[in-house]
Design a protein around this ligand. Structure first.
Ligand SMILES: *[C@@H]1O[C@H](CO)[C@@H](O)[C@H](O)[C@H]1NC(C)=O
Ligand SMILES: *[C@@H]1O[C@H](CO)[C@@H](O)[C@H](O)[C@H]1NC(C)=O
Length: 364
């Protein structure tokens, strides 16, 4: 179903959007956590679908600590670590799933994972922005491992599992200590293609990208910082081959791309018709490592997607790219972590209708 014809649009921009609270205010909330009641432990049975739509305003760091699922974090970490050793592409896939899920309807509610709606309405997965998205089967697997670790209880939402898996993916790629993740999300019950269609693509103009982020509550700087996830991303030839062979119908390469990079990428994408599905790394410096190298590449006219290079062509975003490229790794990574935390809080205050899905890809 993900391969629907009209999916051919754009795509692979990993983009994400935003929320409301800053990381520090989130930490403040954690401090007052003691007063709140424990999570879904009261009902250890399989069917917690009746949890009322209490919401993310109630997210807290140790949401599951006193439940049968107190080990959820270590279970997710173990499984993500194990699987990504076998399949290193899982890391970028999990970050993309998280970003696209959160950005689509501005809720981190795992709605992206839903394969089928009751009346067969087209879902987020049908959107061009989600063509070729990976990791759905892994999320279903992860859910079964979490339920097992809870002695069979369905207490942890797929939305929380995804937030943790994305954090762990980032930690594995950056080798940074794990940052804390607020938990207690509910799984959404609606997935609509139109929500995902607004995600930026590889050829989306910079102003549109910035405004999509802004609509989600992110600053221009945060839009640039989150774009930094492309440091571990890949894109298929069809999303940038025009820049190598026929930019704006000039039959010439994009002059804003380093000629050496043009030649290098031509080996993967020889012309406008061959190898359209072949992937290239978006950070040609340090590929699967999560670092500031992506920004350094962009300042050297070595961004692969037009949307990457445009960050350096626009005055409003260029200053941030320059700053991130010349700053320390710590500078970029700590900012990225704050932006991720903010992203993860999307939907936290909207009181959407939700439950705890038994299978992440299927509505209860
Ligand atoms: C799971 O069930 C086993 C056997 O009944 C019990 O020993 C164990 O403490 C339970 N674990 C949790 C987390 O409830
Ligand atoms: C494109 O490249 C492929 C692989 O090198 C080659 O077989 C094909 O003939 C080329 N097509 C055109 C139109 O040049």
């Amino acid at each position: 179903m993900r391969r629907d014809k009209h999916l051919r649009l754009l795509v692979t921009y990993i983009i994400f959007l935003l929320a409301a609270n800053s990381f520090s205010s989130l930490l403040g909330e954690a401090a007052s956590e003691k007063n709140t009641k424990k999570g879904g432990d009261q009902n250890g049975d399989q069917n917690v679908a009746a949890v009322p739509p209490a919401q993310a305003s109630k997210l807290r760091y140790n949401h599951y600590r006193t439940t049968r699922c107190s080990k959820v974090e270590s279970v997710v970490t173990t499984e993500v670590t194990k699987r990504s050793k076998r399949d290193p592409t899982l890391i970028a896939a999990l970050l993309r799933l998280f970003f696209h899920d959160c950005f689509a309807n501005k809720q981190c509610d795992a709605s992206l994972l839903i394969k089928k709606m009751p009346k067969n309405e087209k879902t987020e997965l049908h959107s061009g922005s989600n063509v070729g998205i990976k990791g759905l089967a892994f999320m279903d697997y992860l859910k079964t491992k979490v339920v097992e670790s809870c002695n069979g209880s369905n207490i942890v939402s797929c939305a929380d599992i995804l937030a943790l898996a994305a954090r762990d993916a980032y930690v594995l790629a950056s080798k940074r200590p794990a940052y804390p993740v607020l938990l207690g999300r509910l799984d959404g019950m609606v997935s609509l293609v139109k929500d995902a269609d607004s995600l930026p693509g590889a050829r989306t103009p910079i102003n549109t990208i910035v405004s999509v982020f802004k609509d989600a509550g992110f600053t221009t700087e945060e839009a640039v910082i989150l774009s930094g996830a492309h440091t571990i991303g890949e894109a298929k030839c069809k999303f940038f081959n025009d820049r190598l062979h026929n930019f704006l119908n000039t039959k010439k390469p994009d002059r804003t791309m380093d000629p050496a990079l043009v030649e290098q990428l031509k080996k993967i994408c020889p012309n406008m018709t061959a190898n359209l599905e072949s992937p290239a790394f978006l950070d040609q410096g340090t590929r699967r490592v999560f670092d500031k190298s992506y920004f350094v590449q962009v300042t050297r006219q070595r961004g692969v997607l037009q949307s990457d290079q445009n960050l350096f062509a626009n005055a409003a975003t260029k200053q941030f790219v320059t700053g991130l490229a010349s700053g320390t790794e710590e500078n970029f990574l700590s900012k990225f972590e704050k932006a991720m935390a903010k992203l993860g809080n999307l939907g936290a205050t909207t009181n959407y209708k939700g439950n705890i899905r038994r299978v992440c890809s299927v509505l209860n």
